[in-house]
Design a protein around this ligand. Structure first.
Ligand code: HEM
Length: 469
């Protein structure tokens, strides 16, 4: 077994390196049924009581890559109070996401974020999920997206224009801006002084999912998450009656009015639950993607110039859907940023019956974690995976086609991101506004550290030097 470094965690301590390279006693998850010809899942429990929670939170990607290198595509560990089977690499991922006999359920997510995002679309399963997804799809048609983009364009323009040159923290500014965008797109409204409270509620609900202490304790993350959920529920519930009787073209109204061919529709509770999940799903992921792209463009002025030329040629904006889709170089940059920093670095499932992945026996009721970020960084699929090289996605190289699940920032299978297209358009709009108004840079020796305590976020907020053009 080789020694690894915390290559993706600048400022890693000796303790981090020790944790990463510690050899735990290798054991198996469960004995396969006699005569089954299956093999047991290899792995280890890690530190008594807390298992591998610390490494997963502190080391994120480096920890995932180390597990893959040590145990291969299917391994088990203890973390966050449960035993988890980690699945990585293309073929193993494909088995879980194809989910042929409905074995892998979203209950895996329920364990982590259920109390905070209960009955959001991603937490529903099988037939019920299909029913809700079909209804929700009505809110993501091209004409709908065209309408949303008007709000995105105006909010992005207002927000980016107000930024002050000098040393500038990208991540918090982007987070404020994407919440503003989400509130305008989803509710055609501004939050009238409630933005700070709602933003805090979102942050608390998201962070609660990876809490080590998984019950309500005063001052604890879990408690803060539950309080955050309540704030969001009260907010959306208060607004449902007005939306039901409005004819506005925002997503909130869209969910209130959605009907399928049988005349079925969402209940008030459904609408509240979906809105809370959608706001979170849209807001954090777009923030991370745009921040990561800003980081790499700050590090690579040649790419910044290249995409700025393309953006300038498209006009000052706000751009419509066709113009945004035409920004091909910018798309390469965004795809590469999504590869290097997967906004949803792992995806949870739970087995509802005994099953197997690549010949490894996994009993019923086992947590399973898929690893998009690992798949996106392994040399089987990518040349020099650590290098920022957007051209790897161009029409000649198409490295992402090396495996169906080599590049999977939006997941795959029945739960593949429903907001994928909208998310790309939003990120393009934000970057187009930035690139046509400013140039920015980071010191040549600067390396951002992605904090993995919840979804990845730059530990220092990503300071750049921003100059008006
Ligand atoms: C760059 C931005 C985004 C990324 C990287 C992203 C990533 C993901 C991923 C990985 C999943 C699958 C999770 C799983 O299978 O366990 C997912 C699902 C989902 N996403 Fe996104 N997302 C993004 C933007 C958005 C936006 C803008 C919206 C809404 C407007 C959205 C709404 C959803 C919903 C509702 C689901 C659940 C789908 C289902 O279960 O059927 N996402 N997203």
């Amino acid at each position: 077994m080789s020694t690894s470094t915390a290559a993706h965690m600048p400022g890693a301590t000796r303790f981090d390196e020790w944790l990463l390279n510690k050899h735990w006693r290798r054991t198996t998850l469960a004995a396969p049924p006699a005569g089954s010809r299956l093999s047991a899942v290899p792995g280890d429990g890690g530190i008594p009581l807390i298992g591998h929670s610390l490494e997963a939170l502190r080391l994120g990607l480096d920890f995932g890559l180390k597990r893959y290198e040590t145990y291969g595509p299917v391994s088990w560990m203890r973390a966050f109070g449960v035993r988890i089977v980690g699945v990585a690499g293309g073929d193993a991922t494909q088995v879980v996401l194809a989910n042929k006999d409905k074995t892998f359920a979203q209950q895996g997510w329920t364990y982590f974020i259920g109390p905070f995002f209960r009955r959001g679309l991603m937490l529903l399963d099988f037939d019920e999920h299909m029913f809700h997804r079909r209804l929700m799809q009505q809110a993501f048609t091209r004409p709908r997206l065209t309408g949303y983009l008007e709000h995105v364009g105006s909010a992005a323009g207002d927000g980016v224009r107000s930024w002050q040159p000098g040393t500038f923290l990208v991540y918090p500014a982007m987070k404020r801006l994407t919440l503003d965008i989400a509130s305008r797109v989803f509710m055609a409204s501004e939050l009238d002084g409630q933005q700070a409270a709602l933003n805090k509620a979102f942050v608390d609900t998201v962070r609660a999912g990876t809490s080590m202490i998984r019950f309500a304790m005063p001052g604890g993350r879990w408690n803060a998450g539950l309080r955050g959920r309540q704030v969001l529920e009260d907010f959306f519930r208060r607004n449902v009656p007005a939306k039901r009787s409005s004819d506005s073209n925002d997503l909130f109204a869209g969910l209130c009015h959605a009907r399928d061919d049988n005349g079925d529709s969402f209940t008030d509770d459904d609408v509240v639950n979906h809105m809370i999940f959608l706001m979170m799903a849209a807001h954090d992921t777009s923030t991370i993607t745009t921040t990561a792209a800003a980081y790499y463009l700050g590090q690579h002025p040649e790419w910044q110039d290249r995409v700025r030329r393309e953006c300038a040629a498209a006009g000052p904006g706000p751009l419509d859907i066709d113009a945004l889709e035409g920004l091909r170089d910018l798309e390469l940059v965004i795809k590469e940023s999504l590869r290097l920093v997967a906004p949803v670095p792992s995806m949870a499932r739970k087995t509802v019956r005994d099953t197997e992945v690549l010949g490894h026996y996994i009993p019923a009721n086992t947590m399973v974690a898929l690893s998009p970020w690992v798949n996106q960084m392994i040399p089987e699929f990518w040349t020099e995976p650590d290098r920022f090289d957007p051209d790897r996605f161009n029409d000649i190289r198409h490295e992402e086609k090396s495996h169906r699940y080599a590049w999977m920032p939006f997941g795959g299978g029945a739960h593949k991101c429903i907001g994928m297209h909208f998310g790309m358009l939003e990120v393009k709009t934000l970057l187009h506004q930035m690139l046509t108004r400013y140039q920015w840079s980071v010191p040549t020796d600067y390396r951002v550290r992605w904090d993995s305590t919840a979804l990845p976020a730059p530990a220092d907020g990503l300071p750049v030097v921003l100059e008006r053009l």
